[in-house]
Design a protein around this ligand. Structure first.
Ligand code: GTP
Length: 172
């Protein structure tokens, strides 16, 4: 059964990776809940709760101007969803830089939190496979945390359920 304690999931990714679209899909799964997107002035943050799981999404862009703001959440999250635009080959190196910083952060290094990688926009013809993305980002180096990668289409919701199921299993 679910613990009483709320699980906090951090949703990270570059701008345009599909975070908002994914969150909207998750909100749709639970129609009892109002779609309470709370925009913060000057910073793209979204929050909502699905039963016992609270999701907070951050944009890892803007030259890291707000880096400290999202890093502040590392300490208290129980899981991370890392969203990648699988059609954005040009910025895969930027994604890797951001992942490196995330994995090196003291509040992440010290904790065994599960990381779900979503290779999003799988519907686009020029999209990279999850195998290609996993090897480009060197995901095999993550050995002290459970991680999983799956392909998603945030517009249709395809693949999302499988990923979230995996993450929830790691939490409880
Ligand atoms: P910011 O709002 O800039 O932080 O980006 P975001 O990560 O929240 O991305 P958002 O959900 O706004 O999606 C960016 C664009 O990609 C939108 O035009 C979406 O419709 C589109 N998009 C998101 N997911 C998919 C997908 O799976 N397939 C396709 N084809 N388009 C997608």
């Amino acid at each position: 059964g679910l613990k009483k304690k709320e699980a906090r999931i951090l949703v990270l990714g570059l701008n345009n990776s599909g975070k908002s679209t994914l969150l909207n899909q998750l909100k749709r799964d639970d129609s009892k809940l109002p779609n309470d997107v709370v925009p913060t002035v000057g910073f793209n943050v979204e929050k909502f709760k699905n039963q016992n799981v609270g999701f907070t999404a951050f944009d890892m862009s803007g030259q890291g101007r707000y880096r400290e703001l999202w890093e502040h959440y590392y300490k208290e999250c129980e899981g991370i969803i890392f969203v990648i635009d699988s059609s954005d080959r040009l910025r895969l190196a930027v994604v890797k830089d951001e992942l490196d910083l995330l994995l090196q952060h003291p509040d992440v290094t010290s904790r065994c939190i599960p990381i779900l990688f979503l290779a999003n926009k799988k519907d686009l013809r020029d999209g990279m496979s999850s195998i290609k993305i996993a090897s480009s980002l060197h995901l095999e180096r993550i050995q002290d945390k459970p991680w999983h990668i799956c392909t998603t289409n945030a517009l249709s919701g395809e693949g999302l359920h499988e990923g979230i199921q995996w993450l929830i299993q790691q939490l409880y």
